[in-house]
Design a binder for this molecule. Structure first.
Ligand code: PMP
Length: 322
């Protein structure tokens, strides 16, 4: 679908996957005016195809649009278009256990213009690809390095928007921590380098002394859809859960006192990713003997159960594709 000032969004169409032809002076190439989303379609045990809370993705896309001065999209229209696209390619949704169809909606600024100003033309595109099971041999705890030199984003900058620049800013730290043998970076707040924010593509949760805690949304942490679902599930189970500011010192103190029971990240790709080890300023913490914790496992089983239709969906989170 295209956008042009004076004309609005127009010309929605489904075409075979193909390269784009763009002018080299497009705004997106030079100033990064772009937003994106990540979501999945699943085949249920009855062979039906379903999406997981897709309306939340389009809501978030519009919040990102607002920050990047990109025109709002019609969320209902986007969802209907997505359903149509998935229904055409239904055979593409893989059926093997743990597999899914990854869906990437994105918008790019396509006006050829080298001045720093919002584009007057855009393209909204949705691409999709089958993806394998994230965990081939069961949940696998990850090693995470706490980053205290680089900053991913800050409130007042592009903050919680899902925009390429925030991910570009994260690459250097990820490369350095990868060289040290850590698979993910845990970002701290950009002002004081003190409070836990999130991991590369996941929100963070900790179980401390029987209570689950997660950093409160603060304008720079991405409003994860899995995060919101996990909070709702925990409340549904009467597990105490708190959203608040969490300093990295608090986590290390809890670990030193034997009260850090579990840590896990949440996101569309990994669903739940248990954390087996944290490294902060050369100080290592091994969690749960590097094994997957009880609450991580229960959350993973329930959430994937709802997504794959093997568990009831009391929250009405799934949306069928006819
Ligand atoms: N934080 C960041 C920075 C992300 O890129 C993602 C993935 N979209 C998440 C958190 C998790 O969000 P969600 O649960 O909506 O996938």
């Amino acid at each position: 679908m295209n956008y042009k000032e004076g004309q609005g969004w127009h010309d929605p169409r489904i075409v075979p996957y193909q390269p784009l032809k763009l002018d080299p002076s497009c705004v997106v190439f030079h100033y990064g005016q772009t937003v994106f989303e990540g979501m999945k379609a699943y085949v249920t045990k009855d062979g039906e195809v379903q999406l997981f809370r897709p309306n939340k993705n389009f809501e978030r896309l519009n919040r990102s649009n607002d920050r990047l001065v990109i025109p709002q999209i019609d969320e209902e229209f986007a969802l209907e278009a997505l359903k149509k696209l998935v229904s055409i390619d239904k055979d593409w949704v893989p059926t093997a256990e743990g597999t899914s169809l990854y869906i990437r909606p994105f918008i790019i600024a396509t006006q050829p213009y080298l001045g720093v100003a919002p584009s007057s033309e855009y393209m909204f595109i949705i691409i999709m690809s089958p993806v394998g099971a994230y965990y081939k041999e069961g949940l696998n705890p990850v090693k995470i390095q706490v980053e205290d030199e680089y900053v991913r984003t800050v409130k007042g900058g592009t903050g919680e928007a899902k925009t390429g620049g925030n991910y570009a800013a994260s690459l250097k730290a990820q490369e350095i921590s990868g060289e040290k043998g850590y698979s993910q970076v845990l970002w701290l707040d950009g002002k004081e380098h003190k409070y836990v924010e999130e991991v590369g593509s996941m929100n963070m949760f900790f179980k401390v002394d029987g209570k689950v805690i997660t950093p409160a949304l603060n304008g720079s942490i991405l409003q994860g859809i899995t995060r919101d679902s996990i909070i709702q599930l925990l409340k549904h189970w009467n597990v105490p859960v708190e959203e608040r500011r969490i300093s990295i010192e608090e986590i290390y103190e809890a670990a030193a006192n034997g009260k850090l029971e579990e840590a896990f990240g949440t996101g569309t790709a990994a669903v739940i990713s248990p954390v087996g080890e944290l490294l902060w300023k050369n100080e290592k913490v091994v969690l749960n003997e590097g094994k997957t914790g009880e609450i991580s496992k229960r959350l993973y089983d329930t959430l994937t159960g709802i997504q794959y239709g093997t568990e009831p969906d009391p929250f009405g989170w799934t949306v069928k594709v006819e």
